[in-house]
Design a protein around this ligand. Structure first.
Ligand code: XMP
Length: 563
């Protein structure tokens, strides 16, 4: 098998391990990409800021795994950003780009209107790793040809390495399991490329030239490719020459100096919600500008039982930041009156938040900036990467709901971090575990857990039910094992028997999920006894509720919150 693969020449047709004919372009016309590449010095398109971290840019072609590629690269200590495939190069000019990864995607490269490769990618002369669609695209633009495969390849496959010396395959076994998901294949290699691995159904499971252009037909980012991390590692360190120095400490140093430069002598306010994101964002900004920062905690009347008091006391105990506590509950509830649409709720809450901050800011004097703890999943899910491949799922209030006429400029130090990265940064900054490992809580709070109209009465019912959930989850020592655990007050009434009579009470849903980040989640397999205790306590201690159901939907297709 290996011999047959090695025999695939660049200039003449040859038999593939599966018997398919592979042709190469030989002396075919050099593409415009190559012409551009030849005209430039490596990295010439890109002029990064002096303190920018080394970055691998992942161009998103719409694969469900695109975000995972970015995560895996960061886990290896190299900063990475996922951007839409049609991002213009000036949007990347602040980054010290060390290479590009082209993600997979649902299109076929030969389809009319299929996403293409921006010319600056090859033009930059930086290393490029194409994954699945990305490999086919790379092959196509560099002069090869892609066509539908006679047999689709989905799921588990085994590849054989035919060029063990290739840097991408460094330190890997001769054969290994991988995860495939493709219906097209390369039928004509671009000039200068070699197949460096193959599978039974893919004569070109991996390809390489001598210019740092690499392609793999399988997905290294998923757990079903056990050596996937090593392959990405090889691309980062053996091919792209990254130093792997992106850590929580380097992130903090870089953010602090960027914020110092941005803010100068300006005044900053920060929206503290009590969650880890805003706490870590505030701590970074505080490190940069000290007492130029004032934190404002707005009690929007949508918090859980005892939460406002706890947030304020924890902050005052652990951070010597100027903290102001504003009670604006009535105003939020008035704005939510008769609103049932989840998106309208989010937008109203977002707008009211900003208005309250602006008023507070005016009280402080000349304020120029507002800090928010927006994180990467918020940004991606609000589709602000702008890729046509990313559907708009929900308007997270801290991104999409911002009023257009906002008077303050935004500082979002965590905008490019995943939750686990935010936590590492929080710990590095010395924040207490109770803050850093607190379960995430959405900005719109209980408003998106009371289904339908939000009223003080419904909020009160939900608070009492939710308190019981949290109490039992903590008693069972499961709080830190779960990504989130909470109660939802549905707008369904059900018939029950309580005491001696029939009741027509609220149905409460229990939502407990495990997750690595909020992009995907699974419903938690809670012990039956724990479920029974929670249910029994809610119907006994919250008389307005006569039924408790457990949500057994994962994300996707569900979302974590019900609205
Ligand atoms: P979903 O429900 O979209 O939630 O699976 C993913 C994560 O985001 C939180 N979430 C929000 N956070 N504003 C926020 O600040 C919002 O509008 C919002 N909606 C959902 C949710 O709790 C989960 O952690």
């Amino acid at each position: 098998m290996a011999e047959a693969t090695e025999a695939i020449p660049q200039a003449a047709p040859a038999a593939s391990p599966t018997g398919d004919r592979i042709r190469t372009s030989g002396d075919s016309e050099v593409s415009t990409y190559l012409e551009i590449a030849e005209a430039r010095e490596p990295g010439q398109l890109l002029t990064p800021a002096p303190n920018a971290p080394e970055t691998i840019v992942v161009l998103d072609y719409g694969s469900q795994y695109s975000m995972l590629i970015t995560r895996r690269i960061r886990e290896a200590g190299v900063y990475s950003e996922l951007v839409p495939w049609d991002t213009s190069p000036d949007k990347l000019s602040h980054l010290k780009v060390k290479g590009f990864v082209l993600s997979g995607g649902p299109a076929s490269v030969y389809d009319e209107g299929a996403p293409t490769l921006p010319s600056y990618v090859v033009g930059s002369r930086l290393p490029v790793l194409g994954i699945c669609y990305g490999m086919q695209l790379l092959a196509q633009v560099l002069g090869g040809r892609v066509a539908p495969a006679s047999r689709r390849e989905y799921g588990h496959a085994v590849i054989t390495v035919s060029e063990p010396g290739n840097p991408l395959l460094h330190d890997l076994p001769a054969t290994m399991p991988v995860w495939m998901s493709h219906a097209d294949r390369i039928v004509e290699m671009p000039p200068g490329f070699r197949a460096v691995a193959y599978s039974d159904d893919s004569p070109v499971a991996a390809m390489a030239d001598d210019e740092g252009h690499l392609g793999i037909q399988f997905h290294p980012e998923v757990v079903h490719t056990p050596q996937g991390d090593q392959i990405l590692h090889n691309f980062l360190f053996e091919v792209a020459g990254c130093s792997g120095d992106w850590t929580a400490t380097s992130f903090i140093d870089e953010s602090v100096s960027t914020i110092e430069r941005q803010v100068g002598y300006g005044r900053v306010i920060c929206a503290l919600s009590g969650g880890v994101d805003s706490a870590v964002a505030a701590a970074i900004v505080h490190s940069a500008v000290g007492d130029q920062l004032t934190c404002i905690f707005v009690d929007n009347g949508l918090m859980r039982a005892e939460e406002p008091e706890r947030v304020v006391s924890t902050f005052r105990e652990h951070m010597s930041i100027d903290l102001r506590h504003v009670n604006a509950a009535d105003r939020f509830l008035a704005d939510l009156a008769e609103v049932t649409n989840p998106e309208t709720k989010r937008i109203r809450i977002g707008e009211t938040f900003i208005r309250v901050f602006e008023e507070q800011a005016r009280g402080i004097g000349a304020v120029n900036y507002i800090v928010q703890g927006t994180t990467y999943p918020d940004v991606i899910e609000s589709a602000s990467t702008g890729t046509s491949a990313t559907a708009k799922i929900k308007t997270h209030h801290n991104v999409g709901g911002l009023p257009k006429d906002m008077e303050l400029s935004l500082i979002e130090p965590l905008r490019n971090l995943f939750k686990d990265e935010v936590r590492r940064v929080g710990t590095e900054l010395g924040l207490p575990d109770e803050m850093v490992y607190r379960q995430p809580y959405p900005g719109p709070g209980l408003a998106i857990r009371v289904i339908g109209e939000v009223t003080p009465h419904k909020l009160d019912i939900l608070r009492r039910a939710d308190w019981i959930v949290m109490d039992e989850i903590k008693s069972a020592a499961m709080y830190y094992d779960l990504w989130q655990s909470f109660a939802v007050l549905t707008d369904t009434h059900t018939v029950g028997v309580q005491g001696d009579g029939r009741t027509y009470g609220f149905c409460v849903a229990l939502r407990c999920v495990t997750a690595e980040d909020a992009m995907t989640a699974d419903w938690a397999r809670l012990p039956y006894d724990l479920l029974a205790t929670i249910s029994r306590r809610i119907v006994n201690e919250v008389p307005e509720v006569n039924r408790v159901v457990y949500d057994i939907t994962s994300k996707p297709p569900g979302t974590i919150e019900w609205e």
